[in-house]
Design a protein around this ligand. Structure first.
Ligand SMILES: [Zn+2]
Ligand SMILES: [Zn+2]
Length: 346
């Protein structure tokens, strides 16, 4: 039997046993190796995600890296792979324009189809990226959130020397710092709530970690806290003519009162960004494979799949009292060994 971390959106997630999967034509069977958890997983468990974006019962796991069990064109069993989670139809107007994140038929691994927090997962062959041998799984496990950040940043006006602020101190915020560092900013600050995150922020490349967010001081502000307060302080921190990118996702139904006259008087460009396009995923993965982006410095906690309760419990803590970056599950085959993998199945 194969194990799968499953939720019905009722506040609980449990390790269910199910028969091993077998690939249909056009599919690849993958054995996940490492799976990252994030706040969205908690919202999926708690039933807080907009119902247009989820289907229950659901196997969790949308941030992951694995080993191909079956092959396909250009792919052999045993290859290390990263897999795009958003499944484009490739036919609708959005897909044809390249905006596959906005495909008219929303479909995503770990949301509307079973995810990778399991011994096996089925994915469309066209979304599988083969990785060079020796690529660090702790780097690649972050490619999904890195793609989300990359996609948002790639659509902003950019030039070297920008005064940049990231609001928030979770993994998306820290990845935003890492990616902004590649833009050669003049100043790169992170405004976080938790003092314990300062070390991670600096490891990610922040010049400074600030508590109070100054008014109208930055050319570019990235909101990655996903809270109404975060959005308001991000809008207030941009200088006139500046840009604000909204990356954080507040709970479904959140409503904030925005000082509209300040936005107009400030001549602000406010950009919100959803998910990632297929090309953004490829580019973010390219940066990781080339060693230009090393998100593994942000992985702070590792658990086994059996320890999912501990892992999710740590993620739920508002103030864990220590630095918390990415929390990952290592998927092993149940005997406690970290390395044994299921071999190809008939
Ligand atoms: Zn996530
Ligand atoms: Zn489409």
């Amino acid at each position: 039997m194969a194990r799968a971390l499953t939720t019905g959106g009722d506040g609980k997630a449990q390790l269910a046993e199910r028969p091993p999967l077998s690939p249909q034509p056009g599919q690849v069977l993958v054995a996940p190796q490492v799976v990252g958890l994030c706040g969205t997983d908690l919202e999926l468990i708690d039933g807080l995600v907009d119902e247009a974006f989820v289907r229950y019962p659901l196997v969790l796991g949308h941030e992951w890296v694995g080993v191909a069990v079956s092959g396909s064109q250009g792919l052999s069993p045993g290859d290390l792979v990263a897999v795009e989670g958003i499944v484009p139809c490739w036919h609708c107007e959005q897909c044809r324009s390249g905006a596959t994140n906005l495909c008219e038929t929303y479909d995503e691994v770990g949301f509307t189809r079973d995810g990778a927090a399991a011994d096996d997962v089925l994915v469309p062959a066209g979304l599988v990226h083969r990785l060079p041998p020796g690529t660090s799984v702790d780097d690649v496990v972050m490619v999904e959130p890195a793609s989300v950040v990359y996609h948002g940043l790639s659509r902003l006006p950019s030039r070297p020397g920008l005064q940049c602020l990231v609001v928030g101190d979770g993994t998306v915020a820290l990845l935003a710092v890492q990616l902004l560092r590649l833009w050669a900013p003049g100043r790169l600050a992170l405004a976080g709530r938790r003092r314990e995150q300062a070390g991670l922020a600096r490891a990610a490349g922040a010049d400074e970690v600030i508590g109070e967010v100054p008014k109208q001081a930055f050319d570019l502000v990235v909101e990655a806290a996903g809270t109404n307060e975060g959005v308001l302080s991000a809008l207030g921190a941009a200088r006139r003519g500046g840009t604000v990118l909204l990356l954080g996702l507040p709970p479904h139904g959140s409503v904030a009162s925005v000082p509209v006259d300040d936005l107009v008087n400030g001549d602000l460009l406010v950009r919100a960004s959803f998910g990632y396009s297929s090309s953004a995923f490829s580019r973010a993965l390219g940066l990781i494979v080339a060693g230009q982006l090393k998100p593994r410095v942000l992985v702070t906690h590792r658990y086994s799949l059996e320890q999912h309760e501990q892992a999710l419990g740590l993620l739920r803590e508002e103030d864990p009292g220590e630095a918390r970056g990415k929390v990952v599950l290592r998927i092993s085959s149940g005997d406690g060994s970290e390395t044994s993998r299921p071999s190809a199945r008939a």
